[in-house]
Design a protein around this ligand. Sequence first.
Ligand SMILES: [Zn+2]
Length: 281
Amino acid sequence: MRWFWWTLFTLCGVSGLAHADPPPRVHRGRNPAPLRPSASVGWPNHGSLERGRHLVASDGLRILPGRVLQWGTDELVGLIERAAARLKRRLQAPLTVGDLSARAGGQIARHRSHQSGRDADLAFFARSVPPRGAGPSRPVPPVDYVVFDRNGLSLDGTLRFDTARNWSLVQALLTDPRVRVERIFVATTLRALLLQHARASHVSSRVVTLAANTLVQPARVSPHDNHFHLRIVCSAGDRQCHTGVWLPPPPRRRRVAPPPRHARPAAVARGYAPRRRATDR
Ligand SMILES: [Zn+2]
């Protein structure tokens, strides 16, 4: 009888242990990096994009009508989202974005670069130019890229380059805590307006110098007087990402075989050029 009670007690105890909750585990350290983050491959003008992230419209971010290529690296999309959120908080102004890259990168219409997920086109902020006595100027959300002249006026004279808001965008991009910008392509005339505004607004000289080194008008393509073209640097994990632009190899010259040694005149063979005849002229 004693062995019966002993067996029953042991079985109940083991069973009770089996059903007890495991002790709570405390998580320490950081979350692991994403297992398969995006990868920029090659150059902006000769490359591709792997596992790109899609930029979607939100309260503070508009996509330009008709543009559907909004894929970029995790870093590029994150940078644009943070800049848009910052502008919305400070200025109540939605950022308007054009093309980034195709889902897998590669060549796309209208662009030489935008192939490796590190480029994005951003529309300028603009204000209305009201007729005399018709009230104050107001922000106008762009429905397409608008060209601005050296004075910051649109060609039809109805819009003005919103220097203060455009500078805020540049500043938000350049002072992002996580991503470094390689270039912001923009026309020299508009670059001058932006830097002039920054200096007059007593922005720190470090940021103004950074902007002066980053804002640049590109060579041999459109001067970018109708939008910003943003390009970020390669990320540390993207081992196949290349800085700068890809240059095609020079065309191979056809080598012309020299005549056989015995067929050349004696003077040429000795290193002297043959005397020109008058009939060569
Ligand atoms: Zn562009």
